[in-house]
Design a protein around this ligand. Structure first.
Ligand code: CTP
Length: 404
């Protein structure tokens, strides 16, 4: 089998320079990349850069090498087309089927998955014209990644930044792995909690846990690649923000609860992948707790934290909402998992066995997905992404019909 063929479309925004890094990641990971820049984008990055980095010619117009019929052939033979950055103008052309250069022709002839990574000023992104074009492209099955929030060209900050190239690369990798499967979470809003809460004792100490957040982030990345709008509530993680994801940072269980309850009313799916502390210190010492010579340490009194999963399961914010919990068990994994599924009242419970050397911080995981309808689906040891995909497969089977 040859290398997967990727077309990297580049339209005329300053973020075009970031596409060089995306190209490098694609080529270094074994993809055959053909760059198709728009004429405007060549003001930012020249043709020579694309040709040198990709090892392929980079043409803009349909009038070059006409005998090879590039305006049809490049799109037809691609396994993935990714446009990064996608300007407001390019999105408008794509939504309306215009074909006045090689990139827009390629978009019309491509039958593979198409990913757009828009980048523009906030006003342009929020303009109803752009939003309608994005909605049109999504309705037709394209994946349009939400821009990141942050510094824009000039002094502005806001939504409209191109996500980091390595995170756009992650989306491409996921989409290529899925092949031509339709983005089956399109139009859905999923809320995912990830990481581990920290319950402060004093200004420098906390009670915490060993959760890295990797499983929750894998859920967020795979959900983006399946077309979802994703809100990721991240408790004390040290991982890069995934492309297209709205990340809300929290510290304690109480803060996590607030963030989940705020996001849940609009969510089709809530996945509680975070390790939420069951207890917190009854008292927070405003100053650092000092040791005193000759005195035993004072015991730490704890109080219960709210159980967020049980609360959102009992009090569904929306009819048909699917709620997924996780259970980390060290003994009697299945029995404990089945009892926990009943106790928490969620639709799915992902049970895994944990221990010092298992699961925490690792890239792999193994689990059984228990369902309230009695099914028990084992997911063999493998990447956390594979478990994430298996969870989404189960979630999509439990949907009520899609919202209009
Ligand atoms: N969870 C939660 N709020 C808490 C504790 C846990 O929402 N205060 C969620 C976790 O995000 C996870 C699930 O509940 O999805 C299971 O958490 P776990 O701590 O394993 O379950 P517990 O009910 O605390 O059971 P036990 O500690 O007795 O194993």
């Amino acid at each position: 089998m040859g290398k997967p063929k990727v077309v990297l479309g580049v339209s005329g925004g300053i973020a075009a320079y970031k596409a060089c890094e995306l190209l490098r990641r694609l080529t270094e990971s074994g993809h055959d990349v053909r760059v198709v820049p728009t004429a405007a984008s060549l003001n930012f990055v020249g043709e020579a850069t694309w040709a040198a980095l990709s090892g392929n010619p980079a043409s803009t117009e349909v009038w070059e090498t006409v005998h090879e019929v590039p305006h049809v052939r490049i799109g037809q033979s691609a396994d993935l087309v990714v446009v990064a950055p996608a300007t407001a103008d390019l999105l408008a052309k794509a939504a309306h089927g215009l074909a006045d250069d090689l990139l827009t022709n390629t978009l019309l002839t491509a039958r593979c998955p198409v990913v757009f990574a828009p980048a523009m000023h906030t006003e342009m992104w929020e303009h109803p014209a752009t939003q309608e074009n994005v909605a049109t492209l999504r309705r037709r099955g394209a994946l349009v990644i939400e821009p990141a929030v942050g510094r824009l060209t000039g002094k502005d900050t806001g939504k409209g930044r191109l996500p980091d190239p390595e995170e756009i690369f992650e989306v491409c990798r996921q989409v290529l792995r899925r092949g031509v499967a339709a983005p089956d979470l399109a139009g859905r809003h999923v809320v995912i909690s990830a990481g581990g809460t920290r319950e402060p004792l004093d200004p420098v100490r906390f009670l915490g846990n060993r959760s890295s957040g990797k499983q929750g982030y894998a859920l967020a990345r795979t959900a983006v690649a399946r077309g979802a709008r994703v809100t990721l509530i991240a408790a004390n993680t040290a991982l890069a923000d995934p492309a297209g994801v709205d990340v809300v940072r929290v510290g304690t269980a109480v803060q996590l609860r607030e963030a989940v309850l705020k996001a849940a009313p609009d969510a089709d799916v809530v996945v509680m992948a975070a390790a939420v502390a069951d207890f917190r210190p009854a008292e927070y010492a405003g100053g650092k707790i000092k040791k005193k010579d000759g005195e035993d340490p004072a015991p730490v009194a704890l109080v219960r934290n709210p159980d967020v999963l049980a609360e959102i399961s009992a009090d569904r914010a929306r009819e048909g909402q699917v709620v997924v919990g996780f259970a980390a068990e060290t003994d009697d994994v299945l029995d404990n998992g089945r009892a926990k599924l009943r106790r928490k009242g969620c639709d799915l419970l992902v049970v895994n066995e944990v221990g010092e050397a298992r699961t925490f911080g690792s890239e792999e995981n193994e689990a059984i997905i228990l369902s309230s309808d009695g099914s028990e689906i084992p997911v063999p040891y493998g990447p956390k992404e594979a478990l994430a995909e298996a969870i989404w497969d189960q979630v999509t089977q439990r949907y009520t019909p899609r919202r209009a």
